[in-house]
Design a binder for this molecule. Structure first.
Ligand code: CAA
Length: 384
C-alpha cells in the first residue's frame, strides 16, 4: 500500500493547481456575484483538457485515470465550487453515459465533440417529483415505428450546465408499467424542436454554475440516439452517478482545503490581545482538527478513485467518500468562517462563498441519506 501520489499524478496536480490559481481564482468572486459562468473560462477548461481527463485519447480525451480527475476537481474547487461542478457534470455524468454505454458510432458522434471542446454536456434525470427516488421519473419516450424516432415529453429540474450546454443526456420512460426497468437514456440536442431551457434557478451556493428547468415537448429523437437497450436507463444513470460521487467528494475536499488555506493565512496576520491569533492554542487545535478531517476525506476519495481505476465495483467506496467528505466540507468551512470572525462572514472573503457552496455537496448527485442507503445496501445490513 502506498499513500503517496506517483510522479505523474504530482505533475498533473501541479498543472491543475496552476490552472485553478491563474484562471479560476481571479474570476470566482465576480462569477458568484453575477451568477453567470464565464464562457471564456469554459473554453479554456476545454482547451487545457480539464473536460476530458478520464477519456481515451482515441476520442480526443487526455487518457488520464480517475485519480487524476479527482485531483483536478479538488484543485479547481479549492478556488471555486461552481467551476468544480461544471467540470463534474460534463465529465462524470454526461460523457460517462456515452463512454460506458454508447456504440462506437455514438462515441464518435456524441462523445468526441464533448471531449474535443466543441460541445458541453449535461444530465437530465431529476424531476420535480423524482429526486432521491430517481426511478419515479415521469418523462416519457414513446416509440414511433413509422419514423424510427422516440417522442419525448416531460420536464426535468436542477439540470446543471443546461443554460449553455449543447448535449443533454435525458432519461425517459419507454415503458410506463415497469418503473425503473422502463427507463431509457437518450442523447438529445439543444437545437431539437421542443427543448426549452428556463431561466437559471436562484440558489444559495454554487451560484455561478448554470442550473435550470428543461422541458421536452414532443421532442422527436432518432432511435439511434438511444444509449444502451430500452429499459437500461436506470442502470446507466446509477453507473454515471457512482463516478459522479467521487467527483463531488473531491469537490468537497477542495472546498474544505481552500477554506483551511484562507484561514491559515488570516490567523497569522490577524492580531488580537497583542498576539497573532495563530498563537492561541484554541486556533491551533481547531486547525489541527480541520486538517485531519480533510486528510481523511481526501484518502477516502482517492481510495474510491483507485478502486474505480482498478476496474472493481466502487459504488460503496464512492458513496462513503461523498458522505464523509461533504460532511467534513460543511464542518470545516463553518469553522474557517468562525476563525475569521466578522471578516469571514463578508462576501469579499472566499470562505463565505465556500461555506455556501459546501452545503450542496450533501445534496446533489445523491443526498447523504441516499449515500447511507447505498453503503448499508452494499454491506447487506438488511439481508438474512
Ligand atoms: N450500478 C448499476 N446498477 C445499479 C446501481 C448501480 N450503482 N444501483 C442500483 N442498480 C440497479 C440494481 O441492481 C437494480 O437492478 P436489478 O433489479 O436488475 O437488480 C436496479 O438498479 C434498481 O435498484 P434499487 O432497487 O436499489 O433502486 P432504488 O429505486 O431502490 O434506488 C437509490 C436506489 C440508491 C436510492 C437510487 O434511486 C439513487 O441513487 N437515488 C439518488 C439519485 C441521484 O443521485 N440523483 C442525483 C441526480 S443528478 C444531480 O444531482 C443534478 C446535477 O446535475 C448535479
Amino acid at each position: 500500500m502506498d499513500f503517496k501520489l506517483s510522479k505523474t499524478h504530482l505533475l498533473q496536480q501541479e498543472m491543475y493547481r496552476r490552472f485553478a490559481v491563474n484562471e479560476v481564482k481571479p474570476l470566482a468572486e465576480e462569477m458568484d456575484e453575477t451568477e453567470v459562468f464565464d464562457m471564456e473560462l469554459l473554453k479554456k477548461m476545454h482547451k487545457y483538457g480539464l473536460m476530458g481527463i478520464p477519456y481515451s485519447k482515441e476520442y480526443g480525451g487526455v487518457g488520464g485515470d480517475y485519480l487524476s480527475y479527482a485531483l483536478a476537481m479538488e484543485e479547481c474547487s479549492k478556488m471555486d465550487g461552481s467551476t468544480g461542478i461544471t467540470i463534474s457534470v460534463h465529465t462524470s455524468l454526461a460523457c460517462s453515459c456515452v463512454d460506458n454505454f454508447g456504440t462506437e458510432e455514438q462515441k464518435q458522434k456524441y462523445l468526441r465533440p464533448m471531449i474535443d471542446g466543441s460541445k458541453t454536456g449535461c444530465f437530465g434525470l431529476t424531476e420535480p417529483n423524482a429526486g432521491s427516488d430517481a426511478a419515479g421519473c415521469q418523462t416519457t419516450a414513446d416509440y414511433d415505428a413509422e419514423t424510427n424516432e422516440y417522442i419525448i415529453n416531460g420536464g426535468k429540474i436542477f439540470t446543471t450546465n443546461s443554460g449553455f450546454t449543447d448535449t443533454f443526456i435525458v432519461f425517459a420512460l419507454t415503458d410506463k408499467t415497469k418503473g425503473s426497468k422502463g427507463l431509457s437514456a437518450f442523447v438529445v440536442d439543444r437545437e431539437m424542436e421542443g427543448v426549452t431551457v428556463s431561466e437559471n434557478i436562484k440558489r444559495m451556493g454554487i451560484r455561478a454554475a448554470s442550473n435550470c428547468e428543461v422541458s421536452y415537448e414532443n421532442v422527436r429523437v432518432p432511435a439511434e440516439r438511444r444509449l444502451g437497450k430500452e429499459g437500461q436507463g436506470f442502470k446507466i444513470a446509477m453507473k454515471a452517478l457512482d463516478g459522479g460521487r467521487i467527483g463531488i467528494a473531491a469537490q468537497a475536499v477542495g472546498l474544505a482545503q481552500g477554506a483551511i488555506d484562507e484561514a491559515m493565512a488570516y490567523v497569522k496576520e490577524r492580531k488580537q490581545f497583542g498576539r497573532p491569533i495563530s498563537a492561541f492554542q484554541t486556533t491551533q487545535f481547531k486547525l489541527a482538527d480541520m486538517q485531519t478531517k480533510v486528510d481523511a476525506a481526501r484518502l477516502l476519495t482517492w481510495r474510491a478513485a483507485c478502486v474505480k481505476d482498478a476496474g472493481e465495483n466502487y459504488s460503496k467506496e464512492a458513496a462513503q467518500a461523498k458522505l464523509f467528505a461533504s460532511d467534513v466540507a460543511n464542518q470545516v468551512c463553518r469553522e474557517a468562517v468562525q476563525l475569521m470572525g466578522g471578516y469571514g462572514y463578508c462576501r469579499e472573503y472566499p470562505v463565505e462563498r465556500a461555506l455556501r457552496d459546501a452545503k450542496i455537496t450533501e445534496i446533489y448527485e445523491g443526498t447523504s441519506e441516499v449515500m447511507k442507503m447505498v453503503i448499508s445496501g452494499a454491506m447487506k445490513v438488511n439481508a438474512k
